[in-house]
Design a protein around this ligand. Structure first.
Ligand code: NIG
Ligand code: FE
Length: 413
């Protein structure tokens, strides 16, 4: 199928350079073209140009953008959207003054979600997760990474990963799966963390790999969760089974998670609310993408990562939503870019690059996603006419999306 979009007011996020990430000062550029058309063929972007060169629409499905903007879909490289129910009781506890760690110590947090997930059927989990999938599709996300980690037993981890596989097969989104067995120590292993880590490495990873259920492996490397040594062991085991690492690092403390991620060439180290200059230095010259999740800092009321310092140090950075029931109950990537601008002083262009090309890179997928590029997957959305790029994060709750195209198909119009 061919899709011809005409009368695009501004085509934004164009990149024909072949780069897989954008770093430092370059992050502040978003290439645009005014008064355009764009043609897709099958799942891919075929061509684009200015309206004076528009090709014949014969055999094409035509969409009139009516002067709106066309932007590459957001790539959300860090979510936990397969979970059962919600956790607003903890939200109330937080309002009363309890911290995230206190809630976790009292048996809330991740273990609370694991209990609920255990009692929820695979079909029910799938239908709850699909509601969140449809929600993020309508908000402009086109490629998403989804983690397990609310199972914490072999059987329940497989249950979540099978739900993620069903989402991959049935939703218009492009989906990548991450095994996060080391999200917390499962209840049956209370007080026996080393045994749980052995279980993750010796039983869970091989079983997940046997069903080809995960693209990546993740570990919550932080104070009160998993140590650097445990993280290294899990990364090494995942690597043997072809899973690249994406690490939860430095959310609650300077945990060593950044350094261990860089050492093992992880695809990304995520969170980074607790970062010193040494951690920024550790990231220099590495391929590991520092990924920030400001929706989590916003919800928990903790400090934001030092995005400005990282970009000014020449690093590439990515943004993701962390959509999960405990620390970031929203997958709204546009709001994530607003928080990046308002709270971390990233410019709208930097935030957009971080939420598209660089977040695709944090999944190893930026050759195919994250910009308007001939040959890349045709994942984009069309807005109503906008005064400028900055309007998008500025007017953060004003609805702007009119049309969503994923893999070359119109999914919302
Ligand atoms: O990314 N930090 C660890 N994991 C999630 C929170 C999980 C939860 O509380 O349910 C996060 O913030
Ligand atoms: Fe997370």
């Amino acid at each position: 199928m061919r899709l011809l979009i005409k009368n695009i007011g501004t085509l934004a996020g164009i990149d024909e350079s072949g780069r897989i990430r954008v770093a430092g000062k370059e992050m502040n550029n978003i290439a645009t073209l005014e008064n355009c058309w764009l043609l897709t063929e099958g799942e891919r972007i075929k061509d684009y140009g200015t309206m004076d060169t528009i090709p014949s629409d014969e055999g094409c499905y035509v969409v009139d953008a009516e002067g709106g903007w066309l932007l590459p879909s957001y790539c959300d490289s860090h979510t936990h959207i397969v979970y059962a129910g919600s956790r607003e009781q903890e939200f109330l506890d937080k309002i009363k003054g309890l911290s995230y760690e206190e809630i976790a110590r009292n048996g809330g947090g991740i273990l609370n979600s694991a209990d609920r997930l255990h009692d929820t059927s695979e079909d029910e989990l799938y239908s709850q997760a699909m509601e969140r999938v449809n929600e993020i599709v309508s908000m402009g996300t086109g490629l998403v990474e989804i983690k397990s980690g609310y199972g914490l037993t072999l059987e329940d981890e497989l249950k979540i990963l099978r739900v993620i596989r069903r989402i991959k097969e049935n939703s218009p989104l492009s989906v990548r799966a991450t095994f996060l067995g080391a999200h917390a120590v499962g209840r049956a292993y209370k007080g026996r963390q080393a045994d749980y880590v052995a279980h993750v490495c010796d039983d869970m990873i091989p079983a997940v790999a046997a069903e080809k259920l995960a693209d990546y492996v993740d570990v919550f490397c932080d104070r009160g969760f998993f140590t650097v040594e445990e993280t290294a062991r899990i990364i090494e085991t995942g690597a043997k089974y072809g899973m690249r690492a994406k690490i939860h690092a430095n959310e609650l403390a300077v945990s060593g998670g950044v350094e261990v991620g860089v050492k093992y060439n992880a695809l990304s180290v995520d969170h980074l609310e607790s970062m010193g200059d040494e951690q920024i230095d550790a990231l220099r010259g590495s391929c590991t993408m520092p990924t920030m999740l400001p929706g989590c800092a916003f919800f928990l009321g903790i400090s934001y990562p030092p995005a400005r310092k990282m970009i000014d140090a020449g690093l590439a950075v990515a943004l993701a939503s962390d959509y999960n029931p405990g620390t970031a109950p929203s997958g709204n990537m546009r709001f994530v870019t607003s928080l990046a601008s308002i709270k971390m002083k990233m410019t709208p262009a930097e935030a957009l690059n971080a939420a598209t090309l660089n977040s695709a890179c944090a999944m190893g997928e930026s050759k195919d996603y994250g910009s308007i590029t001939k040959g890349k997957v045709a994942n984009f959305y069309i807005t109503r006419p906008l005064p400028s790029l900055a309007f998008i994060p500025y007017a953060h709750q004003t609805p702007i999306i009119r049309t969503v195209v994923l893999k070359g198909k119109v999914v919302i119009n």
